[in-house]
Write a protein that binds this ligand. Sequence first.
Ligand SMILES: [Zn+2]
Length: 108
Amino acid sequence: MSATADSLELSRCEACGARFLPNAGACSHCGSNQVRAYSSPALGTVLAATELTSPAEGWHAPHRLALVELPESVRLFAIVDGALPTSGTIVAVRKDGEVYRARSEPGT
Ligand SMILES: [Zn+2]
């Protein structure tokens, strides 16, 4: 893993221990309002990836998407910058406005 990886802000429920992407509401697992933000390394493992050759209007083709698992089993969909990764590839993830973007780490 890269020593220069950024971090991502995630949420942890103090009541049930669930971890998830930040949202404005209560824990989606147990309904508790005891939700705290925490930082996680912004590296994840690609579980699956796909490439759309005819994406919706407004998106460039090819449009690549990956299902990425972060530490502690938090999963997210990310737009892939660069080549289509294979399952098991380690990617760096960053938040870009309302979307997440993933890029393969050099040397992986
Ligand atoms: Zn909870």
